[in-house]
Design a protein around this ligand. Structure first.
Ligand code: PT1
Length: 282
């Protein structure tokens, strides 16, 4: 795919697979437990990720992992907006905002964010309008249910077909709301209302999500699917995460959303070197 996304003036070249680095701005992601030092901490983390080859930084102020509680709007804004402002100023790489709230989308865009990453695929009232007004690329992710309850008995007829149908509907709703198709990305939503077998099937058949011709984003880093297969705790899932990211890229993912940037970037360098044919007799 010869494709360069315009992320608020910062280009994101998706002609080769790219690493999205996760920057969680939640109190429990910081050693001091308070948000007072969050911007400094996030800047240091971002600097490290950039030195290790990250192409885009994903800033989120509300956890969406299974069982997570919702965060009120003012709290989410307080967490993410100061961080986005500083990241946008300090670095060349685009900054993505991981949110489902239209008010956060608008404020993040005003602060210079370059991509909207919405696990609810713009289903919140006003979200399509906010994303259209922001004029940014949007990642539409599939989720069955909501983060608090999504892991209780998820069900599909055919997990790939059902998710493809949902994403196709969200693309249509987005286009109808004035968001150009060229600005949309798709994500099957690993771990969002899926059993172990659903997640494994999604990765096995990931290539089927390339059919609409939109860029594919995959987030599977450190998720419980990897813990279930390996028996490892969340901070011991680096190798499993790199393996899964590489399998996603091999099946056509354009962006992998990860915690472990250096390890993933190295794996993608090997993928790139092996995949890029040269006709010079080596
Ligand atoms: C994702 C994603 C995301 N994941 C996009 N954004 C999370 N586009 C946040 C577990 O099973 O995949 N794509 N934003 C984090 N969510 C989860 C879900 C974290 C499940 C952990 C699990 O452990």
């Amino acid at each position: 795919m010869k494709l360069i996304l315009d992320c608020a003036g910062k280009p994101l070249d998706l002609s080769s697979p790219k690493v999205m680095g996760i920057l969680n701005i939640t109190p429990d992601s910081f050693s001091d437990g308070g948000r007072h030092f969050a911007p400094d901490d996030a800047l240091r983390q971002a600097e490290h990720m950039i030195a290790n080859g990250v192409a885009i930084l994903d800033v989120g102020g509300e956890s969406t992992r299974p069982g997570a509680e919702a965060v009120p709007l003012d709290k989410e804004l307080d967490r993410v907006i100061p961080v986005i402002e500083r990241l946008v100023d300090a670095f060349e790489v685009p900054v993505s905002i991981d949110t489902s709230k239209p008010e956060v989308m608008a404020a993040a865009a005003a602060a210079g964010a370059g991509l909207i990453n919405d696990v609810a695929a713009l289903r919140a009232p006003g979200a399509i309008e906010a994303a259209a007004a922001a004029g940014l690329p949007v990642c539409l992710m599939h989720m069955q249910g909501d983060p608090r309850t999504m892991q209780t008995a998820p069900q599909y007829d055919d997990v790939v077909v059902d998710i493809m149908d949902y994403l196709t509907q969200r693309v249509a709703a987005s286009e109808a709301g004035g968001i150009a198709r060229e600005r949309l990305l798709l994500d099957p939503g690993f771990g969002f209302g899926k059993t172990l077998q659903h997640n494994l099937t999604l990765l096995r058949r990931l290539a089927e999500f390339r059919e609409p011709g939109l860029p594919l984003l995959v987030g599977i880093s450190r998720k419980s699917v990897l813990g279930k297969v390996t028996g490892r705790a969340v901070d011991e899932r680096v190798s499993a995460s790199v393996a899964a990211a590489l399998m996603a890229v091999e099946r056509g993912a354009h962006i992998v959303r990860v915690h472990d940037v250096a390890e993933t970037a190295d794996a993608l360098k090997i993928w790139q070197a092996v995949t890029t044919e040269r006709f010079e007799g080596d």
